[in-house]
Ligand binder design. Structure first.
Ligand code: G4P
Length: 528
């Protein structure tokens, strides 16, 4: 490994922001990008949600509903760090997409609304982080509004999310009485002035809480802060970097994203504490970022980002080695060598072509359908990164084509959307219908709308008689054939030709499972 590679790895931070919709993820993203100098103007990210011409707002449905359906990647520099921020859809119906995005990060930032505490989607997203042992920093937002008591929120997080909290900053009042935060990490007081979004750099350094400066700045609230901190010292465990990196402790910050308050403290601590790119598992071995050989995997495909070009972008996380423009790599699924000539890096303002990139970086590779989710590229060695699953769908629809002459476009559209992970596609062994499967029902709406807009296909989706699905396998060929013969009417092939069992209900599925002890039923399937 070159010393440059070591340096580049050390200064990279690749993370995702997770939150329940409306907690303030977009607002916080925007402020973080402002600090990174990546955007000049407040409102630039926010406008993605509403503007017709915005970069990631390419999907009409996203605009109509004001939700973030797709996730995008933004890169910015802060101090000496290169930060890759991966945005995730907050809406629960797109949790599969979120899961895949989180396979490409090294840590996460969780935003919580101080009036709401832990919400359902926060719980789900945190579950994903726990499955992967992703370290999480917490930001409690909207302190400029009345909300729950800080200790109550911490208890709520510990209770519902099963992670120990350790505050690194502490709020002084809230709502109209919000005075600021005390930075427990640096022992500094930062005062809040409502409506001021450019924060003065001067903070009051208070190492001893009995310092009369505290009374001068906070008046009667000084004693409350002293009491709170005393209570905290007794109740909360001290911050322990190893525990955070092991994902068993989450450092907590308080602030107000819209007022740009507490955000810089959060970002400073984030770059200092969050892990740099780490090793990744493949089927055969762990791959360390320091290795010289280039390797990485595709975690997301986005088609037709620019309708004028009708191309597809594969989002590719570099796991080891160095990327240089035009380099030749092995595309293992196809068993072919390909040249990565046309790669993009997602700078926050714009996409730009890159000359080189390092582990932790996300590059976008233009292609016409040759790259799928889960595809691994490397210099030579045959590798296959693991942990990028499909989840068994819970909702099903049959696709009815309005104009039979558009069958070819329908096939193409559905295949591409399935490869992109927007929806799952099944062809029953008996019959010729297409069955769509999804984890969240909004995925169907997105699919139908995209079929129309991007592929010119007028189709409708109607209820299908299924309620549960599992991929199936069996080491004993004969037993599998017997099962197939008996259950033909419930078998289907997915977009990658894998055999799946579609059941009318969860109850029917369990019944079949109990009566078929030789068959293995899989709730998730890794991309092959
Ligand atoms: P999301 O991406 O997590 O869905 O949340 P987003 O940033 O869009 O924020 C949701 C709402 O919360 C927005 O209000 C936003 O202005 C507000 N918000 C974000 N941070 C703070 C904060 O620190 N304090 C307060 N008081 N509000 C905050 P909105 O009315 O839905 O949108 P808009 O009309 O302000 O654009």
């Amino acid at each position: 490994m070159s010393s440059q590679q070591e340096k580049e790895i050390q200064r990279r931070r690749t993370f995702g922001i997770i939150s329940h919709p409306d907690a303030g993820k977009t607002t916080l993203t925007e402020k973080l990008l402002l600090f990174g100098g990546a955007i000049q103007m407040a409102g630039a990210v926010k406008s993605r949600k509403t503007s017709q011409h915005a970069v990631s707002d390419w999907m009409a449905i996203e605009q109509e509903r004001g939700i973030s359906v797709t996730s995008s990647v933004m890169k910015f520099n802060y101090r000496d760090f290169e930060v890759n921020l991966l945005d995730t859809p907050g809406h629960q119906d797109f949790s599969e997409d979120t899961y895949r995005v989180l396979t490409a990060v090294d840590s996460a930032l969780m935003v919580i609304d101080n009036a709401k505490g832990v919400e359902t989607q926060t719980e789900k997203l945190m579950e994903v982080c726990r499955m992967r042992n992703t370290p999480v920093i917490t930001f409690i937002n909207k302190l400029d509004r009345e909300g729950l008591e800080p200790l109550e929120i911490l208890a709520d997080i510990e209770d519902k999310l099963q992670i120990e909290c350790t505050p690194l900053s502490w709020p002084i009042g809230m709502g109209k009485g919000f005075k600021g935060v005390y930075d427990l990490y640096r022992r500094e007081l930062q005062l809040f002035t409502p409506g001021q979004t450019v924060r003065p750099q001067d903070r009051i350094v208070i190492t001893d809480l009995d310092d009369p400066q505290l009374d001068a700045a906070l008046g009667r609230q000084a004693d409350k802060l002293r009491g709170d901190i005393e209570l905290l010292q007794g109740a909360a465990n001290p911050f322990d970097l190893t525990e955070y990196l092991k994902a068993s402790q989450s450092p907590v910050f308080f602030g107000s994203a819209i007022n740009n308050f507490g955000v810089k403290e959060l970002l400073d601590a984030f770059v200092e504490l969050a892990p740099c790119p780490g090793p990744r598992a493949t089927v055969t071995r762990m791959v360390a970022p320091e290795e010289e050989q280039f390797s990485g995997f595709t975690f997301k495909i986005q088609a037709n980002m620019n309708p004028a070009h009708r191309d597809r972008i594969a989002f590719f996380r570099i796991c080891s080695g160095k990327f240089t423009r035009g380099m030749k790599v092995r595309h293992h699924r196809l068993g072919k060598e390909v040249a990565l000539a046309n790669a993009t890096i997602f700078m926050a303002q714009d996409r730009s072509n890159i000359e080189e990139a390092w582990p932790g970086d996300i590059i976008g590779i233009h292609n016409h359908g040759t790259i799928k989710i889960g595809d691994t590229f490397s210099d030579k060695e045959e590798l296959k990164f693991t942990g990028i699953p499909n989840f068994a769908p819970e909702h099903f629809r049959r696709v009815i084509l309005r104009n039979p002459l558009k069958m070819k476009q329908l096939n193409k559209g559905l295949m591409q959307l399935a490869e992109e992970g927007a929806v799952q596609l099944f062809r029953p062994i008996l019959g010729s219908d297409y069955i769509l499967g999804a984890v969240g029902v909004l995925q169907f709406e997105v699919t139908m709308s995209r079929l129309k807009v991007e592929y010119g296909v007028e189709a409708i989706s109607e209820a299908a008689p299924y309620g549960a699905a599992r991929w199936i396998s069996c080491p004993d060929r004969k037993k599998l054939d017997e099962f197939k013969a008996k259950n033909q009417g419930n078998l289907a092939l997915d977009a990658e030709g894998q055999l799946a069992f579609l059941a009318a209900s969860e109850w029917r599925l369990n019944y079949t499972m109990e009566n078929s002890p030789d068959i293995v039923f899989h709730k998730t399937r890794e991309y092959s």
